[in-house]
Design a protein around this ligand. Structure first.
Ligand code: F6R
Length: 364
């Protein structure tokens, strides 16, 4: 049942290239992006002036990625909020707000309550879920199904990649409706998005560097994940994966916030995992790595293949293929999933069924 893998989590991590391919299949029709299930005309899409993404846990982190994409491509102000906060604070939602509810199981209690609240306020709600006919699918105006298939490991991996891929599609669709990107740009971006399936395969074939980095972290009591922009969102997900399956305390911080407090944590050997891929904030992240290292941190960098310079600033480097910053959440999340799993295995934890956690959270 585990298909030769030692645990479901590793099996599911390896299914991710397939998930990306299936999620994108049939979406580019006659050179235009099409998501028929959303059931909104281009005119209706064009009226949207604000997006609120609501979700919990890992799905919330997919939402953080979506904010970067929707604001970057479609130029629509986007907020991302935990459903458990959204539902209790009388948020400002109007009929021109698009609420995007992201939920693997489609039955998370807080996410469902937030959807109901948003609809009462007149918002359009799109669900992004992995489960056909789930409450989130039924109660949303439109739904995109992530094609992850059943996820068994409690820690979400392939669902997260399915969510991010779906949100990339949604962001491109909004950009198309708003006329913020030219059609040839959209086609080019869609092509690059499709290429990430192969790039993830490349990452999966190189676990050796992950193994080394994991061995360096296994005795730690705490770890810090840092990044900027898209990297900050990726860092949040990396820290969550690590704490939930290895029970190692992990925290994520935007790298630029380090010197406003968290840098005080760093002493000899303290692991700092930096998302330092080539992109608009690369130099800034490298200088944060240098600052951490100067205080004794053991720095693990997720870096772009071919970047040899980074070795001067890190103790361990895990390379991923070169991709546009917008798609780095897809490629850079994978080594962090592998890292969390490897550390958990080394610490003797039950990778698939971490203590105190359930796969779906149907009570608040
Ligand atoms: C972490 C994890 C959880 C879920 C969260 C939301 O690996 O799986 O944080 O992401 O409980 O669940 P869904 O997406 O089903 O609403």
């Amino acid at each position: 049942e585990k298909g030769g893998y030692p645990d479901f989590m590793l099996k599911e991590i390896h299914e991710q290239p397939r998930v990306i391919r299936d999620t994108l299949a049939g979406r580019l029709v006659g050179g235009r992006l099409q998501i028929d299930e959303l059931d909104l005309s281009p005119e209706e899409l064009n009226l949207i002036d604000r997006v609120c993404v609501i979700a919990c846990g890992t799905s919330l982190h997919a939402g953080l990625v979506a904010k970067e994409l929707i604001e970057g491509w479609a130029r629509i102000p986007t907020e991302v909020e935990a459903a458990s906060e959204f539902r209790y604070r009388n948020p400002i939602v109007t009929p021109s707000t698009l609420v995007v509810a992201v939920s693997q199981s489609g039955e998370t209690a807080d996410t469902l309550a937030a959807i109901r609240d948003a609809r009462v306020k007149g918002a359009r709600v799109f669900g992004i879920t992995n489960v056909l006919g789930s409450p989130v699918a039924r109660e949303s105006d439109g739904v995109i199904y992530t094609k992850a298939n059943k996820e068994i490991a409690v820690a979400s991996t392939k669902s997260f990649l399915g969510q991010v891929t779906s949100l990339c599609l949604l962001a491109l669709l909004l950009a198309q409706a708003k006329g913020k990107l030219r059609m040839n740009q959209i086609r080019m971006l869609f092509g690059e998005l499709a290429d990430t399936a192969e790039q993830v395969e490349w990452v999966l074939g190189r676990e050796e560097a992950v193994r080394e980095a994991a061995e360096a972290c296994v005795g730690a009591t705490s770890a810090l994940f840092v990044g900027r922009g898209m990297g900050a969102a990726i860092a949040r997900e990396g820290a969550l994966k690590l704490k939930e399956i290895s029970y190692l305390h992990a925290e994520a911080y935007p790298a630029g916030e380090m010197k406003h407090g968290p840098i005080a944590l760093i002493d000899e050997g303290f692991p700092v995992i930096a998302v330092a891929t080539r992109g608009p904030v690369y130099d800034k992240v490298v200088s944060n790595m240098q600052e951490s290292r100067a205080r004794g941190a053991r720095v693990i960098a997720i870096a772009t293949e071919g970047d040899e310079d980074i070795r001067a600033h890190a103790d361990h480097v895990i390379y991923i293929p070169k991709v546009r910053d917008a798609f780095s959440a897809i490629t850079a999340s994978v080594p962090l999933q592998l890292l969390a799993r490897r550390i958990a295995v080394l610490r003797g934890c039950d990778v698939d069924q971490p203590r105190n956690l359930a796969k779906s959270v149907t009570v608040e």
